[in-house]
Design a protein around this ligand. Sequence first.
Ligand code: TYM
Length: 339
Amino acid sequence: MRIVSGIQPTGNLHLGNYLGAIRNWVAMQDEWTAKGATCLYFLADLHAISMPHVPAELAANTREMVAALVSCGIDPDRSILFNQAQVPQHAELQWLLNGTARMGWLNRMTQWKDKAGKNREGASVALFTYPVLQAADVLLYQATHVPVGEDQKQHLELARDVAQKFNNDFASEDKPVFTLPDPIIPPQAARIMSLRDGNSKMSKSDPSDMSRINLTDDADTIMQKVKKAKTDPEPLPAEIEGLAGRPEANNLVGIYAVMAGVTPADVLRDFAGKGFGAFKPALGELLVEKLSPMAARYRTLREDRAALDAILAKGGEKARALALPTLNAAYDALGLVRS
Ligand code: TYM
């Protein structure tokens, strides 16, 4: 088993990242590395330059994201934790896969359509070919499982299409170059929504910080953000069906359920008939209780730049070694002479 996933080091780690992906990274590390699986988790800094960025902020955010991931439970002794920029094989494989990926496939990507918006001519080429780099990220390591939130599903389907076409075009049936990776999406937290709008996902790029809970938020900030979260005037229903058409209520109940390790039906059993005046403080307290140990570790770790750089250097070295055989196989399959 090879478990591979990434996160862009742009801004803070938020509750959507944590519940949609990182919690699963940690669970898979804890469960599978003991049984011989390899987990590779990386900071997608090469992806981050597909949008306008400030270089000094990217460097600082990269180190801070390492601190955040370790605080959440990623153990650099059991998982390979690194940033793409220290493993040039990612960019190399992307170029090789650019010959296989089709313009039509990339044109259909919803992230491309959302982020480029009406200004496609002004968008970077990197934003367009972003999913090919993401395919390279996982195919390079023969990933079998990729824990992600729902929003990354389409990119992983593209990675499978690229792998399939490359294998068909350039490898023999009994000796494929790439493994087709399976996305692992948590059923209950696949898509955590903004606290300000139950119809858009919680995201780092939302201009309002009130829309998300960050790992760096202190207890007062968390309580405040939950208290100000958009809701409707109705009390909570007794049954799940009663949440239909109430996206904000649905989102908050969902967050409560995953944080408490229960089902949304359990939450409704406890809070049926109660208004948000009662539910919000309970949710806020639960979030503070669960997140504050991680936030405390984060505040200490982020100060130790030498330790964070050492984690990335060690992870990069291990990742480079694991990447080479597949990269070499891809060069060979394409008839590229390198001796
Ligand atoms: P990124 O940095 O946007 O998000 C990191 C992870 O967090 C998940 N996520 C969410 N899950 C549930 N609800 C939300 N509101 C929410 N917001 C974010 C994302 O699904 C993701 O799993 N392109 C990727 C990074 C990447 C990658 C890869 C991932 C690059 N290469 C290879 C997997 C495999 C991204 O921008 O994720």
